[in-house]
Design a protein around this ligand. Structure first.
Ligand code: FES
Length: 87
């Protein structure tokens, strides 16, 4: 199933349609060949943090580390709107 939400990976120059079958933005990126840093995959380490260039994300649970304004933890978020990430 697809959605109308577009995810743009700015550094990679790739825009893809978000597929809600993926649990997180990190999973979605990896399955589409976008290389992203990660560690715990559970909101505890912030290794997966990226600039959220535009758009809004939703946290699936309250992460241990709260990212600064304009950043997002890709291991525990899904997009709410079209999103551009600096990846
Ligand atoms: S991978 Fe550790 S917070 Fe996302």
């Amino acid at each position: 199933m697809s959605s109308e939400i577009k995810i743009t990976f700015a550094k990679s120059g790739t825009t893809l349609e978000w597929d809600p079958k993926f649990e997180t933005l990190l999973d979605f990126a990896e399955k589409n060949g976008i290389v992203m840093d990660f560690g715990c995959r559970s909101g505890n380490c912030s290794d997966c943090v990226l600039d959220l260039v535009s758009g809004e994300v939703e946290y699936l649970w309250e992460p241990e580390v709260v990212p600064d304004e304009g950043m997002c933890l890709t291991c525990c978020t899904v997009p709410k709107t079209d999103v551009t990430l600096n990846a």
